[in-house]
Design a protein around this ligand. Structure first.
Ligand code: GYE
Length: 325
């Protein structure tokens, strides 16, 4: 039934979307009740996390009977701005997006607000001072994730007084997860001067870049104790570089990553990664719930934080078989 409705909506997209959203953010719109169209601007397809997130959004839209206009920005802000403008022109009922970087959104968000189209931030934050430009922000607490990574390291080296040389693979420059995972980690390890970040560079959240940057780190730093990678994919690329340099990942160089996607969890269970801080990509169901409320003009919390855990090597062995992504 729902499928038939969305097929109908797709068939008569323009006509329907214009008539369905005449009510805007008022009290439930005019006619078509549940006929919601969401414009979703995704960051790209840079990592296992992102693939799982896209699937979660698409599946949940289908289950919720929401028509999804999905656009992939290929990690470029200008593409996201274009997509949002096109959603505004098409008069969608609600816009959701995962902003690739934190800054530079005010103008386009104002355009959405002027058009009375509610916006939901998902996964990543913006740094706009005017928080009325969006209805809510659903996603992880990246500072907390960075702190968890730091806390594991502090515990791991609690009996040692020797310097601990750390290299860091940062996520996409200017993105909320890169900024916050760095800051949270730094806050914890900064309390003890034996922890030294000897090199830190972006690997753009991809496996290929993670490998490339790690190769460069290994060439210029003979004495690396720890790698902190802002996501599993960069960590997995770095493992190839470490093995290529004749070192043993997880032993010669200890590795901490964030996400806990299947490939990362496998490497953790295999002893190549030492610790993973979980970041859940399964935001779709909550996003659709929020979208329905926002379109009806109902009040929603300004911030919805995802619940997450951490994994040691032993815990990864147990969790692997039931991992969904
Ligand atoms: O950790 C990384 C992805 O924004 C939380 O983006 C997300 C991050 C995730 O590319 O793998």
């Amino acid at each position: 039934m729902l499928k038939r409705i969305s097929a109908l909506v797709i068939a008569g997209l323009t006509a329907l979307s214009v008539s369905a959203c005449g009510g805007g953010s008022g009290s439930g719109g005019g006619g078509g009740d549940d006929a919601i169209t969401m414009g979703f601007s995704q960051v790209g397809a840079e990592s296992g996390w992102r693939t799982a997130n896209t699937k979660s959004v698409q599946d949940s839209a289908k289950n919720a009977g929401i028509t999804l206009k999905f656009s992939d920005a290929q990690q470029k802000q200008e593409n996201q701005i274009k997509a949002i403008r096109s959603f505004i022109q098409q008069k969608v009922d609600v816009i959701a997006f995962s902003p690739v970087v934190e800054s530079g959104w005010d103008t386009v968000l104002k355009e959405a607000k002027d058009a009375k189209i509610p916006v939901i931030l998902t996964d990543r934050a913006v740094d706009s001072k005017d928080t009325t430009l969006y209805k809510t922000f659903l996603g992880s607490d990246f500072i907390e994730e960075g702190k968890k990574a730091g806390q594991w390291l502090v515990e791991e080296y609690k009996d040692s007084t020797d310097p601990v040389n750390i290299v860091e693979l940062q996520g996409t420059t200017g993105s909320a997860p890169a900024n916050d995972r760095k800051a949270g980690f730094q806050e914890i390890i900064g309390a003890d001067s034996k922890f030294k970040i000897i090199a830190s560079q972006t690997g753009d959240f991809t496996r290929a870049k993670g490998k490339e940057v790690m190769e460069a780190f290994l060439k210029s730093n003979p004495d690396i104790d720890v790698l902190y990678a802002h996501n599993d994919d960069m960590g997995l690329g770095a493992i190839e570089a470490i093995e290529g340099a004749g070192k043993v990942p997880g032993k010669d160089i200890k590795i901490i990553t964030v996400d806990a996607v299947k490939d990362g969890m496998q490497a953790l269970a295999d002893g190549k990664i030492n610790y993973i801080v979980e970041c859940s990509p399964l935001l779709g169901p909550q996003l659709m719930d929020l979208a329905k409320k926002v379109v009806k003009g109902e009040q929603v919390p300004a911030r919805v934080v995802t619940e997450e855990t951490t994994f040691t090597q032993e815990q990864a062995k147990d969790a692997l078989s039931s991992r969904q992504y």
